[in-house]
Design a protein around this ligand. Structure first.
Ligand SMILES: Nc1ncnc2c1ncn2[C@@H]1O[C@H](COP(=O)(O)OP(=O)(O)OP(=O)(O)O)[C@@H](O)[C@H]1O
Length: 253
């Protein structure tokens, strides 16, 4: 379980997170939405141990986060900048395994297995620049998964992809989540996407010092489909509720 207790993070005089609390049970895919600048990226970077919390505590399975946790992976929006251009796709994916002391052959075999899983069979010897944006983001997802993280943080991961590629990657994410049961915190600007991939959606208020203003369980069938799920009345109701909350209308319904 991921737990944030009264976490504060400020930059100079601006308190971006101000006694912020949140609990994410194991295996949940939590979508986080909120107005631009409310502190979503700061929240993720603080959970990831990249920005230390100045007050409060963050624990993963009861253990306080003091640096970058061992079984945590992060996927950012800017796949182009997160992959190393001089390494092959396979070596990019295998990179996190170096720290685990695995031999080269074992690292490459693990990378090939995970590449196949994300639909990139045969792309291992290519370089990132030879791939489309969607394929590069698949590489970044493969690299995040290669260490079998128990917690995956995703910051607008599909924000710069075209609509069709985005849908494919949303479905890939759902598939991985169903198969591995990884706990995922998924930040997005896209209200429909937050509902489509989420088990739960939290909406943050405008910053600084943003709070959770809505916390909505996503009561949709686990098996999701881009066309069917998005046309369900329950989906339409939820996206309306989330949309209202993002606009500052916090009342019920
Ligand atoms: N390293 C930093 N130094 C100073 N201010 C920062 C830093 N990182 C973020 N901020 C400020 O903190 C506030 C929240 O930024 P953050 O990127 O967390 O918001 P966000 O909700 O992710 O925004 P967006 O939706 O536009 O990506 C912003 O006002 C931003 O300018």
């Amino acid at each position: 379980m991921l737990r944030l207790d009264s976490v504060s993070r400020h930059f100079g005089d601006m308190r971006v997170l101000d006694r912020f609390s949140l609990t994410v049970p194991d295996g949940q895919l939590l979508s986080v939405v909120g107005p631009s600048g409310c502190g979503k990226s700061t929240l993720l970077r603080t959970i990831a141990g990249l920005l230390p919390a100045q007050e409060g505590t963050i624990t993963i399975d009861g253990a306080p986060v003091t640096g970058v946790p061992e079984r945590l992976a992060v996927v950012f929006q800017e796949y182009g900048r997160s992959l190393l251009p001089w390494l092959t796709v396979r070596d990019n994916v295998a990179l996190p395994l170096r720290r685990r002391g695995l031999g080269r052959a074992a690292r490459r075999a693990a990378a090939e297995t995970i590449l196949e899983r994300v639909g990139l069979h045969g792309a291992g010897r290519r370089h990132p620049r030879e791939l489309s944006g969607g394929m590069q983001q698949r590489v970044a997802i493969a690299r995040a998964l290669v260490c079998r993280p128990s917690l995956l943080l995703m910051d607008e991961p599909f924000g710069s992809l075209d609509a069709r590629t985005r849908e494919d990657l949303e479905d890939l994410l759902l598939q991985v989540h169903r198969a591995d049961g990884t706990t995922i915190v998924f930040v997005t600007h896209d209200i429909d996407e937050s509902v489509y991939v989420g088990d739960r959606v939290v909406v943050l208020s405008p910053g600084p010092g943003s709070l959770v203003v809505r916390d909505l369980p996503v009561d949709l069938p686990a098996e999701r489909d881009q066309l069917t799920t998005r046309s369900l009345p329950a989906f339409v109701k939820l996206r309306t509720e989330v949309g209202r909350a993002v606009r500052g209308e916090y009342g019920e319904g």
